[in-house]
Structure formats: structure tokens, C-alpha cells
Write a protein that binds this ligand. Structure first.
Ligand code: HEM
Length: 204
């Protein structure tokens, strides 16, 4: 790729948000798994330290989320998250077909990156889903668990705290799965490190 073809896709504020968010979420996943699976006889990480770390990382990820949310409203980056419902499934299917049959034959992608298109349809769908539905849900349910007095006591005779904790765990697990797929997809392409370098320098 020549210098003229380089596109500045990831502004500094976005890279700062992404770095802090990625680190925070990694800590949340590790401490979350540790809390979920530790028992009296099998302790992965010290319980008190784990809870403290989980709470601190959760608060940091929540505050930094505002940076992403407001940044996407006031800057042109929000444009990449605009969504046209009509034809969405066809566009996503085209991208799935490309990943399944044509990617390894080094065929040209159906939705190449340009100044007007940073994400392919699958990326766009997963980023919108995670950033505008799952992450806000995890933040809201996490805050509720931090201040349990605001949680309804019982919902259809099920403990409100229990239900909130289970839903919080499921949403956290979805982010964990997203992260694995996200890193894998980011690593495939012309060279494995290309996208990671872009997220550090801002240039694609
Ligand atoms: C170690 C962890 C992570 C790595 C190595 C990583 C890597 C990357 C890379 C290389 C990109 C740019 C290329 C692309 O769009 O695929 C990217 C973009 C993005 N990542 Fe991650 N990521 C990580 C964690 C996360 C987490 C935890 C989230 C959300 C919960 C996330 C959400 C996003 C979003 C929304 C974008 C697009 C940002 C934009 O351009 O508007 N990432 N990531």
C-alpha cells in the first residue's frame, strides 16, 4: 500500500478509549471468572482483592464508556455506526459468504475499507450490538449490584439481586465471546498485525 492510500481511521480519543476499555474489560473478565468459579476449597484469586479489582475496573469502564458515547455524537466517528435496516441481512450474508469461501482464496472483500466505510456489515452489527446494547446493560446491572438497595426485591418470586447477577454474568459472557471473535477477525487480513498497528497509530 502506498503512502497516498493510507487513511486516518482511528482518532486519538478513540484509541485512548479503546486501550483503557480493552484493559478494563480484560480485568473484568478475569476477575468475573474468578468470582464465578471460586469455591471455599478452590480459590482462583483472593476473593476480597478480586471484588475490589472488579469494582474498580467496572467503574473505570463505565466512566470511559461516556467518552465513547459522547465522542460518537460530537465527532464524525459516529457516522460509522449509522445503520440502514433495509438490506442488512443480505449485506451480512455477503460478508459471511466472503469469510467462508473467498477469504482464503485471497479474493477481494465485498466491503473494502475506505474513508466512508470503516466497518464491514458484520463488524458494524457486532460493534453496535456490543457498544450500544450489551456494554450499557453490563454497566447498568453492575451499578445495580454495587448499590443493591435500588434492585426490586422479588420478580415473580425470584430474588431481584439473583436475577440481576445472572443477567450481568450472561451479558459479561457475551462480551467475552465477542472479544475472542473480535481479536481473531482483527488478526486476519493482509498481515496479522496490520489492524492492531492501526489501532495504535490511527492509520489504516
Ligand atoms: C485485548 C483486547 C482488544 C484488542 C486487541 C482489540 C483490537 C481492536 C482492533 C485491532 C481494532 C481495529 C480494527 C477493527 O475494527 O477490527 C478494534 C476496534 C474496535 N474495538 Fe477492539 N480490541 C480489544 C478489545 C475490545 C473490547 C473489550 C471492546 C468492547 C467491549 C472493543 C470494541 C471495539 C470497537 C467498538 C472497535 C471499533 C472502534 C471504532 O473504530 O469506532 N475492543 N479493536
Amino acid at each position: 500500500m502506498t503512502k497516498e492510500e493510507r487513511i486516518y481511521l482511528f482518532p486519538l480519543w478513540l484509541r485512548i478509549w479503546h486501550g483503557i476499555n480493552a484493559l478494563g474489560i480484560l480485568i473484568l473478565i478475569i476477575t468475573g471468572i474468578s468470582m464465578q468459579y471460586s469455591t471455599a476449597g478452590f480459590v482462583i484469586l483472593d476473593f476480597k482483592t478480586t471484588i475490589k479489582l472488579h469494582n474498580i475496573a467496572g467503574i473505570i469502564v463505565s466512566i470511559i464508556y461516556l467518552m465513547f458515547f459522547v465522542g460518537n455524537i460530537v465527532s464524525s466517528n459516529g457516522f460509522f455506526y449509522h445503520f440502514r435496516i433495509k438490506g442488512t441481512s443480505n449485506r451480512m450474508l455477503k460478508q459471511v459468504k466472503y469469510y467462508l469461501c473467498c477469504f482464503f482464496k485471497i479474493e477481494k472483500p465485498p466491503y473494502p475499507v475506505s474513508e466512508k466505510r470503516k466497518f464491514n456489515p458484520l463488524q458494524k452489527f457486532s460493534y453496535i450490538g456490543v457498544m450500544y446494547f450489551i456494554v450499557p446493560f453490563v454497566i447498568a446491572s453492575g451499578m445495580a449490584l454495587l448499590f443493591p438497595e435500588i434492585i426490586i426485591e422479588e420478580i415473580y418470586s425470584v430474588s431481584g439481586i439473583m436475577l440481576t447477577a445472572v443477567l450481568h454474568g450472561i451479558a459479561g459472557f457475551i462480551i467475552f465471546i465477542f472479544l475472542i471473535v473480535h481479536i481473531y477477525i482483527a488478526s486476519i487480513g493482509e498481515s496479522p498485525m496490520k489492524n492492531f498497528k492501526s489501532m495504535i497509530t490511527g492509520w489504516h
